[in-house]
Write a protein that binds this ligand. Structure first.
Ligand code: PGA
Length: 253
């Protein structure tokens, strides 16, 4: 069975103490996960060890980084390498979030390198893709996302691509309260899976989790996740409220 993942993306929110409290409350909710279900928390770098320590005792709960460097090591002030993440047992790293693409000039080529660094170290990349509103308005989202995947991922082997999680996040739905409908999400997820299948074959494509992101809420998660190609969500705002994120975890299939 394909992995189902509820992934929290805290972005640059919460103090350390607030983050601890949020995780404690979520863990007290005591939601048990089936073998194929995961709850992942992408927290700011200074909170990773705390989060990992709290979550590691619980089956299929894990901490994630929100980014890593495309360089292996060296004189890159302010950067954090994949190897550093590995050294504190971080198993997931979000890569290519649209905010990083937009505000920090990340592009498909450097994301290919970041993905490579993670894969080499056994860290699962949660690779984000998705179109801006101007592209959706001219109905060009399929080719736009295909270019993102081709330029960042399609040189990897089938074995490597099988270790990647994809997050489809239409930019017009992020933090706007404007969720894609479950039909729009399903349509794009099915399209991404077709693109993966045409490159790697359907067996490989069918096993890759594709998460939806963009205004996932407690009230719409179940409907979104019920679609056959929607394998969970990458959740910003609603992941900062314990009761809401607990509901979202519970909405996994
Ligand atoms: P949002 O953010 O849930 O607040 O829309 C999602 C994301 O950016 O990952």
């Amino acid at each position: 069975m394909r992995k189902q993942i509820a992934a929290a993306n805290w972005k640059m929110n919460l103090t350390y103490q607030q983050g601890e409290e949020l995780l404690d409350t979520i863990l007290k909710g005591n939601i048990g996960l089936a073998d194929h279900q995961y709850a992942v928390f992408a927290v700011p770098f200074p909170y990773l060890i705390m989060a990992q320590t709290k979550l590691s005792g619980k089956k299929n709960y894990a901490a994630a980084a929100q980014n890593c460097s495309d360089q292996p090591a060296g004189a890159y002030t302010g950067e954090v390498s994949a190897e550093m993440l590995k050294s504190i047992n971080i198993g997931y790293c979000v890569l290519g979030h649209s905010e990083r693409r937009e505000y920090f000039s990340e592009h498909n080529q450097s994301l290919a390198t970041k993905t490579q660094r993670c894969l080499e170290l056994g860290i699962t990349p949660i690779f984000c893709c998705g179109e801006p509103l101007s592209i959706r308005e001219v109905d060009a989202q399929e080719s736009y996302v295909e270019a993102q995947l081709k330029e960042s991922l399609f040189h990897f082997s089938a074995e490597e691509i099988s270790r990647i999680v994809i997050a489809y996040e239409p930019i017009w739905a992020i933090g706007t309260g404007k969720t894609a409908t479950a039909e729009q999400a399903q349509e794009m997820h099915a399209c991404i899976r077709r693109q993966l299948a045409s490159k790697y074959g359907s067996q490989v494509a069918d096993a890759i989790p594709i998460l939806y992101g963009g205004s996932v809420k407690a009230g719409n998660a179940k409907e979104l996740f019920s679609r056959p190609d929607v394998d969970g969500g990458l959740v910003g705002g609603a992941s900062l409220v314990a009761a809401d994120f607990l509901k979202i975890i519970e909405s996994l299939k």
